[in-house]
Design a protein around this ligand. Structure first.
Ligand code: AMP
Ligand code: ZN
Length: 667
């Protein structure tokens, strides 16, 4: 054969094998025998081995894996991967529908219902029809690149077909169908290994295996549900599902277009019963506003899209014995009672502990040691006790009396009016509070200190090397080296990690300080409003409460934090160590107060991205509102704005301006 015909032959084989893969793994409809498939694959393998110049990273022969990944690269998502809000009843859904209608300003809204697949989320990037990257969800902002592993999943197309866009990301869920899961477990048991607990954890664990050949052996599947990218030419969610299917993706056909909440509920109720007949696990239904333009308009809260809602199927319940109640102390001194249970299997995992929340909850349930209790696993990781089976109560059982003193430092607990929790007031002497504050300080969303973990913090405290987070910055390699499990290299990493954290930006330092009620978002707001710690330190409760979304509770907590001598001393020390206590110059540069006191609603399609527009408003001191009201100062109208928005704005005398006019205000 000459080179040209070899190349043609290789291409033809690849194309044929791709089609067979698609028939088998995506359509569940093979058209040749496994044997014939193997013959073709071997033929291609032989040619590729003989003519390595025609190598293609996306060849069907590379599905078997073999590449080893030692460290997975971190990749920032071009667009964040959000969570979903949960609902549990028709009323929840009707409330949501009302909010949607209000924001969009339309009365006819259609919904696409899909199943909520229970696995591990993934984002796939395609360029010119080829898979170039696969990234896990991670924390939503950035995840791990697991491309080599994902390539071994046969339902993930390596080369698309049909009329696909040049560049886009597609998102979905990697699941492990029950059949394959059970087969894997049979094999493990036969080998004398522990079986895996549930398909979901096994699926997500598979993505991070170093050896892709092991991943190739696991019968994983990839189910897709959304696309992000520009110029996609798609108008609705339902259309999106159909189109992506035509490009070669596995998109379950169970999805349904619904014209009313009654139709949505019929879909939900049907699958609540029939979900057990599905080949893979599902824990609910995801309901999405069908029109993508409305989705854009609805946008996102800090955690999830306003245009989608998960409906969770009712969780499974089991009963078991309560052996003991223990108490945990958190970093704020809050006490959480924990039920220690006779281990029991629930929804695929063994449950040993459950949260009892607080004293009221214990009293309300009248739960006692020795009781048989019903345990349920809701959305949370930690299951909860929902009732006591009093018919099985031992005769000599004793009413539970809540502890009066801290289990860690024996200080008397207190409880303030209106707060359900008890607290240990010994802020600076109670070990879990001391270590808890340092653990919060170093955590990923705060100072994100490499080389230092929670256990090491406890060790450092036990050895008397630290009593607060400022002490971290004085640690030397010689001091930490004698600690348990510490080697030269890890000691160096620890000290370097701490030193490097002086570059962390002000808003995260502010969050790291651990001021009660000041979470990530509030810290950002305060940093933006006050620009540096000194200004914030001198702010009064009244002043603080004028900042957007800061109420009295937060304002009081901030003020009392800065009244505390120890906190001031720590901050002073941290300043001396070089930590960032003001907004960085480039953040300050683009900020003005030009739009202070004004509220903007943006609607339609703009020249710049909607997010950039919103950011511009906020950076210049304005507020972005989600729906038009008498408080709206301006409606910025883009292309394709809904007519009802215009009517609403006109009826409330809200001035309507164009993008250009808005930009002139800033010029
Ligand atoms: P949660 O993590 O419970 O907030 O749920 C959000 C996750 O549900 C997303 O990250 C997706 O991975 C997953 N999910 C499963 N099925 C779907 C679906 N059909 N549409 C959107 N998200 C889904
Ligand atoms: Zn205590």
């Amino acid at each position: 054969m000459n080179r040209i015909s070899v190349e043609n032959k290789i291409e033809a084989l690849r194309k044929e094998l791709r089609q067979h893969n698609h028939n088998y793994y995506v359509l569940d409809n093979p058209t040749i025998s496994d044997y014939d498939f193997d013959v073709l694959l071997k033929e291609l393998q032989a040619l590729e081995a003989e003519y390595p110049e025609f190598y293609d990273a996306n060849s069907p022969t590379l599905r078997v894996g073999g590449e080893i990944t030692k460290n997975f690269n971190t990749v920032v998502h071009k667009q964040r991967m959000y969570s979903l809000d949960n609902s549990y009843s028709k009323d929840d859904l009707l409330d949501w529908e009302k909010r949607v209608k209000k924001i969009v300003g339309e009365t006819n809204i259609e919904f696409t219902c899909e199943l909520k697949y229970d696995g591990a989320s993934i984002s796939l990037t395609y360029e010119d029809g080829k898979l170039v990257r696969a990234v896990t969800r991670g924390d939503g902002f950035q995840g791990d690149e697991v491309t080599t592993n994902i390539k071994t999943i046969k339902s993930v197309p390596l080369q698309l077909k049909g009329n696909y866009p040049a560049k886009f990301d597609i998102r979905g869920e990697i699941v492990l169908p029950f059949d394959g899961f059970h087969k894997m477990n049979e094999e493990r048991i036969a080998n004398g290994e522990e079986p895996y607990m549930n398909p979901r954890n096994t699926a997500s664990g598979s993505l991070k295996l170093q050896d892709s050949a092991l991943v190739a052996k696991r019968p994983l599947e990839c189910l897709l549900y959304s696309v992000v990218g520009a110029n996609l030419n798609i108008d609705t969610q339902y259309q999106l599902l159909e189109k992506t299917r035509s490009w070669g993706f596995k998109v379950p056909t169970i999805a349904r277009l619904c014209k009313s909440m009654d139709e949505v509920m019929a879909f939900v109720e049907h699958w609540d019963v029939h979900r057990h007949e599905l080949p893979y696990e599902t824990d609910g239904v995801v309901i999405k506003v069908n029109t993508l333009r409305y989705q854009e308009e609805l946008g996102y809260t800090s955690k999830s899209p306003r245009w989608a809602m998960a409906y969770k199927f009712k969780a499974e319940q089991v009963s078991t014995i309560l052996n003991e109640i223990t108490y945990q102390v958190g970093r704020t001194g809050a006490i959480t009672p924990v039920a220690n249970l006779e281990p029991v299997l629930l929804a695929g995992t063994t449950v040993k502990r459950a949260s009892l929340h607080n004293a009221d909850q214990i009293e309300k349930l009248d739960v006692r040691v020795g009781d048989t209790v019903f345990v349920e696993k809701g959305g949370e990781i930690i299951p909860k006790i929902i009732a006591v089976d009093t018919s099985k109560r031992p005769e000599d059982s004793l009413i539970t009396t809540y502890i009066k003193n801290c289990p860690e430092c024996n200080t008397e607990l207190y409880r303030t009016e209106g707060d359900a929790k008890h607290y240990c007031p010994n802020e600076y002497g109670c070990p879990p509070q001391i270590t808890g504050r340092v653990q919060h300080f170093i955590s990923r969303k705060a100072m994100d200190i490499d080389g230092l973990g929670s256990e090491t913090v406890e060790l450092l405290y036990k050895e008397g090397l630290i009593t607060n987070y400022a002490d971290l910055y004085t640690l030397t390699i010689e001091q930490v080296l004698p600690l348990e499990r510490m080697a030269e290299k890890s000691a160096e990493n620890l000290v370097q990690g701490i030193a490097k954290s002086v570059e962390v930006p002000f808003e995260r330092v502010l969050f790291a300080l651990g001021i009660r009620f000041v979470g990530e978002t509030v810290a950002k707001k305060l940093a933006r409003a006050y620009k540096n710690i000194d200004a914030l330190m001198y702010a009064s409760v009244l002043e603080l409460a004028t900042v957007d979304e800061i109420g009295d509770r937060i304002a009081n907590s901030v003020v009392s934090f800065f009244q505390n001598e120890r906190n001031l001393e720590n901050i002073n020390r941290l300043k001396n160590y070089g930590l960032q206590f003001e907004l960085s110059a480039d953040k300050l540069l683009n900020q003005t107060e030009k739009l202070k006191g004004q509220t903007y609603v943006v609607s339609g399609v703009f020249e710049m991205s909607r997010n950039d527009l919103k950011k511009l408003i906020e950076d210049n001191g304005g507020k972005v509102g989600s729906s038009i009201s008498s408080k709206t100062t301006f409606l910025v109208a883009g292309d394709k704005m809904g007519p009802s928005k215009r009517t609403k704005a006109e009826s409330l005398n809200v001035p309507i301006i164009t993008e250009q006019e808005f930009l002139e205000k800033l010029a």
